[in-house]
Ligand binder design. Structure first.
Ligand SMILES: [Zn+2]
Length: 329
């Protein structure tokens, strides 16, 4: 029997998010070797974030005795629209300095390996399908500072669309017809109305404080756990708005699984059940007969696991194998 040697190479995943970034090393069998959080805010700009992440990764490679020359692939997830071919973000909101910054080129010089830059929700969706083994087609909805979606096809591939913009659902107009102004300049976008950030703003909770970058998420979780009716109502209201959009997507893509991820999805079952209610009320029976709507199975780790899956998929693709043979290392 042939097996893959755990020493055959290392893949690196960087999951960049608003308040902090997560990093992981794995071997080619998808076993996680190390996983850490890097406390650097995305609005510090790409160089600051990528330098902090690179330094920690080099430290981890050394600590776990993984040869830097055997890094086979680096996958980076960014919380905004990504040009997959160029390896950069395109006009992302709340990410000053990132628009068009050549993330892939910048990291290639530091790791001398193939670099893949993707939208973070695509990686999360892949993580839920590959690691949590949820059934495909799978639609993953991330509800955080904005709202985004990732779609995994029945052949376990990410559906990115013609330009990589597939799944950028945060700017779909919400059905309630609200006139809330969105960062994109339009009014009534579902992301401006029902994201985690929008719920916090509505409740007057600061998203982060000097001491705690995740203050908002913790405070909202505390209020929900304490049964604060205003907070419960705000979350259900947001879930109903999201549910209307999900119902539309269910008709469009007929997924077998819908996964809700991000800080709101980890608050009891309120969010999931309210989204379910909206979808079942709206969608036709054939589309919902075997549909599962669930919260994330990987609690904040789906992006990392998806990145590892993407990296190994790529390393063992015909082009990846050719690269390995050519390099002979
Ligand atoms: Zn918008």
């Amino acid at each position: 029997m042939l097996t893959i040697s755990p020493q055959a190479g290392t893949v690196i995943v960087v999951d960049v998010d608003t308040a902090e970034s997560q990093i992981a090393l794995a071997d080619l069998t998808r076993r996680v070797i190390a996983r850490e959080t890097v406390n650097v805010r995305i609005d510090a700009g790409p160089q600051v974030v990528l330098d902090a992440v690179t330094q920690r990764l080099h430290g981890l490679l050394e600590k776990h005795r993984r040869a830097p020359g055997r890094v086979r692939e680096v996958v980076v997830g960014l919380p905004g629209p990504v040009d997959f071919e160029q390896g950069c973000a395109v006009q992302p909101t709340g990410m000053p300095g990132w628009d068009g910054f050549p993330v892939a080129d910048y990291l290639r010089e530091r790791f001398h390996a193939p670099i893949v830059v993707d939208n973070d929700v695509n990686l999360m969706a892949l993580g839920e399908a590959a690691q949590a083994r949820l059934e495909t087609p799978l639609l993953c909805i991330k509800i955080a500072s904005g709202i985004g979606a990732g779609l995994i096809t029945t052949s376990d591939d990410v559906y990115r669309g013609a330009d990589g913009a597939a799944g950028d659902i945060g700017h779909i107009r919400a059905v309630s017809g609200s006139n809330v102004l969105c960062a994109c300049g339009n009014v009534g976008c579902v992301g401006a109305l029902a994201s985690h950030r929008a719920v916090l703003r509505g409740l007057g909770i600061a998203e982060s404080t000097a001491e705690d970058p995740l203050h908002g998420a913790r405070e909202l979780a505390r209020r929900i756990a304490a049964g604060d009716p205003t907070a419960l109502h705000a979350v259900r209201q947001a879930a109903t708005e999201i549910g209307e959009v999900v119902a539309m997507l269910v008709h469009m893509f007929n997924p077998r699984t819908v996964v809700l991820a991000g800080p709101l999805s980890e608050l009891r079952d309120d969010l999931v059940s309210a989204v379910r209610a909206a979808v079942y009320q709206r969608a036709l029976p054939l589309a919902t007969r075997k549909l599962t709507i669930t919260a994330t199975q990987l609690k904040g780790g789906s992006g990392l696991h998806g990145g590892i899956a993407l990296a190994t998929q790529d390393a063992f693709s015909p082009a990846g194998i050719a690269r390995l043979l050519h390099e002979g290392r």
